[in-house]
Design a protein around this ligand. Structure first.
Ligand SMILES: NC(=O)c1ccc[n+]([C@@H]2O[C@H](COP(=O)([O-])OP(=O)(O)OC[C@H]3O[C@@H](n4cnc5c(N)ncnc54)[C@H](O)[C@@H]3O)[C@@H](O)[C@H]2O)c1
Length: 313
């Protein structure tokens, strides 16, 4: 019998790639999304072919959640308010969506006897990490309401798993990039740099550009999500999902300029308060227990993104 998966936030940037991968694998897929930042376009071809069903609704709405969970075996919970600045401006809304919404889904998933619940968290739970690379044991230190809401979400999931009420898996994504990506706080810098190259304008870097990030391609992330649904050793565990490599913002800017074949300049401005200096993931646990192996090199990933985004419309 076909297994049915509910993807919350499945019309979003990462969610829609997860949906693509699940459809390819032969799962029946349902998406619960309020389309607040997600786009119908991202999943339209699957909706048209009848391979994916959309429930347009809010994760805080009990009846939308109940309808979405009907007959579902696995839940992949990615719907969230993901903007750090917005979370600082409006912590109440952040906790409402990211915590109460998550709790609503968890409770209903227990009631509906879901086999596995995958919670998408973030490297932001570690804040400015004390040591590198960041492992799953690195001390957590959330520095925004967004990060706090993700950390508490993780604890809910692991708590339910420990009490054997719901088999849960936590994935901490690092800086995910790839097609369909908007201007988010994670890899929005890539979209911004590409836009500036397109307009032949200088690329602005905040700080001296030596700060590093772990940029991971969305296709690799989708593989990790799939593995977390299937993997026998995943339940009750937290996994870092990154590339395991670090790239400085200077390197990023230079690579984009080179691959785009433009001669945009780089300009520097005062660093922004709250910016993390360095971060990259130790992915050995995901490699060992999920068989996760990032395959898309950063250069290849950027090249295909440039091909998509540099097309003048
Ligand atoms: N982009 C990254 O690099 C990154 C890094 C770490 C973690 N994450 C996490 O990955 C997940 C997906 O992020 P993304 O970058 O694809 O962002 P996104 O904004 O494209 O996706 C979020 C999706 O959730 C939906 N949504 C928001 N609030 C909702 C609600 N109340 N009810 C129903 N649907 C709702 C949006 O419409 C959107 O489709 C999020 O949980 C985010 O915290 C992303």
């Amino acid at each position: 019998m076909l297994k049915k998966v509910l993807v919350t936030g499945g019309a979003g940037f990462i969610g829609s790639h997860v949906v693509d991968r699940l459809v390819l694998e032969g799962y029946e897929v349902r998406v619960l999304d309020d389309l607040s930042t997600g786009k119908l376009d991202n999943i339209q071809r699957h909706l048209s072919s009848g391979k994916v069903e959309l429930v347009k609704g809010d994760i805080r709405d009990a009846s939308a959640v109940k309808q979405s969970l009907d007959g579902v075996n696995f839940v992949i919970h990615m719907a969230a308010l993901i903007s750090v600045p917005l979370s600082v401006e409006n912590p109440d809304l952040t906790f409402d969506i990211n915590l109460l919404g998550t709790l609503n889904l968890l409770r209903s998933s227990i009631k509906e006897k879901v086999d596995r619940f995958v919670f998408v968290s973030s490297c932001a739970v570690c804040g400015d990490p004390e040591s590198l690379p960041v492992t799953e044991q690195t001390r957590t230190n959330p520095i925004s309401p967004y990060a706090e809401s993700k950390l508490i979400g993780e604890r809910y999931c692991l708590g339910f798993s420990e009490r054997q009420l719901l088999n849960s898996v936590v994935l901490r994504f690092f800086n995910v990039y790839g097609p369909r990506q908007g201007m988010n706080d994670y890899s929005g810098v890539i979209t911004r740099f590409i836009e500036r190259c397109k307009q032949k304008l200088p690329l602005t870097i905040y700080g001296d550009g030596s700060q590093t990030r772990d940029f991971v391609n969305v296709k690799d992330v989708a593989e990790a999500v799939l593995a977390s649904v299937k993997g026998g050793k995943a339940v009750g565990e937290v996994f870092n999902i990154g590339s395991g490599k670090h790239t400085s913002i200077n390197e990023l800017a230079k690579t984009i300029i080179e691959l785009a074949g433009v001669n945009s300049e780089i300009s520097y401005e005062k660093s922004r308060s709250g910016d993390i200096k360095d971060s990259y993931a130790d992915i050995s646990k995901a490699k060992m227990l999920l068989g996760y192996e990032p395959k898309v090199s950063f250069r290849d990933g950027l090249q295909s993104l440039l091909e998509e985004k540099m097309v003048v419309t």
